[in-house]
Design a protein around this ligand. Structure first.
Ligand code: IVH
Length: 672
């Protein structure tokens, strides 16, 4: 093996040390043991000693921790701020319980507290006045952030009469998810730094030179532990100290429970693991503490952590991984969406290898670059997201990513319209769009051609049988029959399905054309209002916008679509293929259901769901798929949907059967 280049190795070590400093000092969540960390620093110091020319001012060997010297002054904690031992299973929790039995006997009550994901803080009050706020630092020595903490509204600056001579309150500074999101959108708008998560945002907001900046950030505080106390009341139980803190004006979590067994602790942990997203702040586990303070004294501490407390950590929803590449995919409307190709990681219970980056602005705001180590998040059912780069790990000189100027599939120029976030490939012949567009045309909500799914379309495109949607109607079935997996029967079925699609309503055809912004509802509105494809083709943008229910954006995009010669040719070829261009004419059915919203659920005897919904719409009503306050009536057949029925009952919405529905269609009146 060749010897690594000392300059490259020093650079790598500097990044690693900076990163582990960040985990240790800012996040209070070290990834490596102290011994492993020391080994990295020693190796770096050795290289720098041998090659003094490699020493830089930024080297961690020249700095005390992740922050340049002098930004905050160092303060020694009166009593060290210890960390907590961690568990990830009930078995480990039981083992902790057994270890405690060596020191104490008798019953033990436990306080279960949510483990807030923020920064540990020590607040010192002397004669009732907040005199010092300090970060945890390395547990012995922290940073004096008093000026900044004093700007946090919920932190008491002065305690009431009768305050102890000295009291130290420990707790967590954090940011709610709501405050984090609004801060980030504000940051993105003003070109500021976008934060990876609420914890990072809280840390970044606190570590400001100018307290005015901290004052502008919405930070929260929750007290969870009483530190030094002189000249105050004496307590027997932790829960009493929390009650006292609450009365003294400190925010204390409302979710703390005192329980009598580890089985109850386990139930609390499992419950909160399942509902961790039901609250507006992030938690990464549960802290379990022995309630009896005399028992705590008997238990004591190891060199690092008290024996009387333990942290139960939830499985992580965020993981670091390498961003290998940023690629751009082309959708059916030509929309070019950047996405991250990641070194796969298991996060939030799923393996994640790809994650969307939405659009150019998002990539810029997050400043993620190929080669970065990035934070990937997947919480609950939410789609995986790249939150941002881990800056201390960024290799030096890593270039920023530029949105491509040309379509990665067809090479045509990409266009971003003014005022829009998305970029588009406007070449209608782009093969990237072809497959998406043709399979969308054939999909259920559009022309509903069974047997023409995405895989088949991709095959036909590859084989040169399809280039646009009009080609479907002159498909060379002889060639199709020669493909593997296509026998005479499937070809006959496909041909019949294509033929049947010629009769689909105009609205379905409009949906199938993939006109940007024109969805299924607006297609119906347009088809009904215009009555014929030719009217739409001839209409000016203003005439389209004048249709009730069609906004200016849809009107502009529809006009733009039909003004492209290539699209007009496709439309003419569809006409020649005999597709239905006539919309529903002026309604000849009385519009008795105008303004009504009718939800159909379960199986009706004489009506399929689709026909029942169409009958409602033909009479001027709406027929959405779910029950809301706007629902006028629910039509229930056999085996109706449970959620719909209970919602209807909850909102007091009338429910009718099939017979009543048929009368309702004629009269528009509800029984009784
Ligand atoms: S008690 C010796 N209670 O978790 C006990 N910590 O390493 C000190 N944390 O740095 C901690 N919520 O920042 C405690 N309810 C809670 C907590 C909590 C969050 C943090 C704290 C500490 C880390 C554990």
């Amino acid at each position: 093996m060749s010897r690594p280049d000392p300059a490259a190795r020093a650079e790598e070590l500097r990044r690693l040390v900076a990163y582990h400093n960040h985990r240790y000092f800012d996040l209070d969540d070290p990834e490596v043991s102290d011994a492993e960390y020391d080994e990295l620093v020693r190796e770096l110091a050795a290289i720098e000693a041998a090659h003094p020319e490699l020493v830089t001012a930024e080297s961690p060997t020249q700095r005390v921790d992740g922050v340049p010297l002098g930004l905050f002054s160092a303060v020694r904690h009166r009593t060290p701020m210890m960390s907590l031992d961690k568990t990830t299973s009930f078995e480990e929790m039981l083992a902790w319980g057994r270890r405690m039995e060596r020191y104490i006997t008798g019953d033990v009550a436990f306080n279960c507290e949510l483990k807030l994901d923020g920064l540990a803080m020590s607040l010192l009050y002397e004669d009732g006045k907040l005199t010092r706020a300090a970060t945890r630092g390395d547990g012995e020595v922290g940073e004096d952030v008093t000026a900044n903490v004093a700007t946090i509204a919920v932190v008491p600056k002065q305690l009431g009469p009768g305050a102890p001579a000295v009291v130290e309150v420990r707790g967590e500074i954090y940011m709610t998810v709501g405050a984090f999101e609004s801060l980030n959108s504000q940051q993105a708008e003003t070109g500021g730094r976008v934060f990876i998560n609420p914890r990072n945002a809280a840390a970044g907001s606190l570590r400001q030179k100018d307290p005015a900046v901290t004052a502008g950030r919405e930070l929260s505080f929750s007290a969870y532990q009483l530190g030094d106390l002189e000249g105050g009341p004496s307590f027997r139980y932790h829960h009493e100290t929390l009650e006292w803190l609450r009365c003294a004006g400190f925010p204390v979590s409302a979710h703390i429970e005192t329980v009598g067994s580890l089985a109850d602790v386990d139930a609390y942990c499992k419950r909160w693991e399942g509902q961790r997203h039901s609250i507006d702040f992030e938690i990464d586990g549960v802290v379990v503490k022995v309630d009896d303070l005399a028992q705590r004294r008997e238990l004591g501490a190891t060199s690092k952590a008290p024996r009387w407390a333990i942290a139960y950590k939830f499985p992580p929803e965020e993981r670091n991984t390498l961003l290998k590449e940023i690629m751009v995919s082309i959708g059916r409307t030509g929309k070019a969406t950047p996405f991250a190709v990641l070194e796969p990681v298991v996060v939030g219970g799923a393996r994640v290898g790809l994650a969307t980056l939405h659009n150019e602005d998002q990539v810029r705001a997050k400043d993620v670059r190929p080669g970065d180590t990035v934070v990937v998040r997947r919480a609950g059912d939410v789609i995986p997201e790249v939150r941002g780069p881990v800056l201390p790990l960024r290799p030096e000189g890593l270039p920023a990513w530029e949105f491509p100027e040309t379509c990665p599939v067809c090479g045509a120029a990409l266009q971003r319209l003014e005022g829009e976030a998305d970029t588009y490939c406007v070449n209608l012949e782009c093969p990237g769009q072809q497959v998406q567009r043709i399979s969308h045309f054939a999909s259920r909500g559009a022309m509903d051609i069974e047997g023409l799914g995405e895989r088949t379309v991709a095959l036909f495109c590859r084989e040169g049988l399809l280039a646009d949607v009009a080609d479907i109607y002159s498909l060379d079935f002889e060639r199709v029959e020669a493909f593997e997996g296509f026998g005479p029967l499937s070809v006959a079925n496909l041909s019949a399905a294509i033929n049947a699609s010629r009769q689909r309503p105009l609205a379905n055809l409009l949906v199938g054309l993939s006109i940007r912004h024109l969805g299924s509802n607006t297609s119906q509105v347009l088809a009904r209002a215009m009555g014929h494809m030719d009217r739409i083709l001839e209409a000016s943008e203003g005439e389209i916008a004048a249709v009730e229910g069609i906004g200016p954006v849809i009107a502009a995009s529809t006009k733009r679509f039909f003004s492209l010669a290539r699209n007009r040719q496709v439309v003419e070829r569809l006409r020649a293929a005999g597709l239905n261009f006539a919309g529903p004419g002026q309604p000849d059915v009385p519009q008795v259901l105008r303004g009504m919203s009718v939800v159909v659920t379960g199986t009706l005897e004489r009506w399929s769901r689709e026909v029942a919904e169409a009958a409602v719409k033909a009479r001027g009503g709406k027929s959405p798929g779910s029950v809301s306050q706007k629902t006028s009536v629910v039509v229930a057949g056999a085996e109706p949907g449970g959620a719909k029925m209970s919602k209807a009952q909850q909102l007091g919405i009338p429910v009718i059967d099939e017979e009543a529905f048929e009368r309702f269609l004629q009269t528009g009146e509800l029984p009784g």
